[in-house]
Design a protein around this ligand. Sequence first.
Ligand code: NCD
Ligand code: ZN
Length: 376
Amino acid sequence: MPTLRLPGLTDVHVHLREPGYERKEDFFTGTVAALAGGITTVLDMPNTQPPTSTPEHFREKAALAAQKIVCDLGLYIGATTTWGDAYLPVAAQACGLKIYVSETFGSLRIEDLALMHRFFRSWSETADLLGYRSSEIPHGIGPVAVHAEELMLPVCVELADLYDVPLHVVHVSRRSEVELLVRAKERGRRVTFEATPHHLFLSQADLPRLGALGDMRPKLGTPDDVAALWQHLDAIDVFATDHAPHTLADKGVTAPAESPPPGVPGVETMLPLLLTAVDEGRLSVEDIIARCVIAPRRIFGLPEQPDTYVEVDIDTRFELTNSAVRSKCGWTPFAGRTVIGRVERVVMRGKAALEGGRVVASPGEGVLLFQDRPSG
Ligand code: NCD
Ligand code: ZN
């Protein structure tokens, strides 16, 4: 059996749901699922209940995570209409500031330009205060990460430029958005962006088959949007899953649901999907390492993980199934797909964390990142 050895991957966009939505996922199950997908670092989003938007809520969440995680984890803080920039005292302990400007799950959507100015300005001032002025050396503070679709995208690119903060655009899905970002990069803007496996490997053509399980934000693109992502692969900085687990009952599959929330899980299936694309000649292993290891480290200032690697069987084909899913949600939109790239073993800091597909790390063995960075 040919075994491929890769560095531990980073997923810069996951929703581990704690606190508030533990029926969907928690810090233990979410990080177990990540390890099963060859991921040894995750960055967790702030749209929990309560949202991670005040120093108090941030510290509570960090304390919860520290006891349960089996891989390393960083926490985003989130901009809200309610609490303004109250989070600033913990800015340096977060991996970045997340601003939701487009339709999403949860209560964090911002649509007010004056508020947007305020968030970008105060993040920039905090960056100055902490002595952080380069996207290449984020030792003091992380980037502003935005969910900005359609016309909100150029607004965010412009604000980031006006206030001189590094911008990371999450789950880019449309041709128009990719082309705008390619142009922005050519013009020297300090912007990076991610694409998800579901936007790379699924399209609207899959919706009749997937039904509610094909609903997420941004929605699945047209085949032409998918083609644009592949065409501009070189410009895509990061592959990130937007792991957004919701139970089958929440999704309206096993019980009636009035307005099923958008979102699909992804940490367990990203690496097999990408390695299958390598097998098909659409990607190289170096492309994966560049986008799932090197760029996340650079953009978010992540520490190296010494003696940390993943062993993957790239010989045996297997079918992705709902029953094999470790995430609490218990399903994947890729069920039925034949792939290669089963993760056999994960070693973290010289110690086995997953062996023969079974997680052997104990809760709390993952490291909570950025907690020792000097704050303002
Ligand atoms: C995410 C979720 O469920 O938290 N859903 C989604 O469709 N992507 C929210 C988000 O990432 O915007
Ligand atoms: Zn998300």
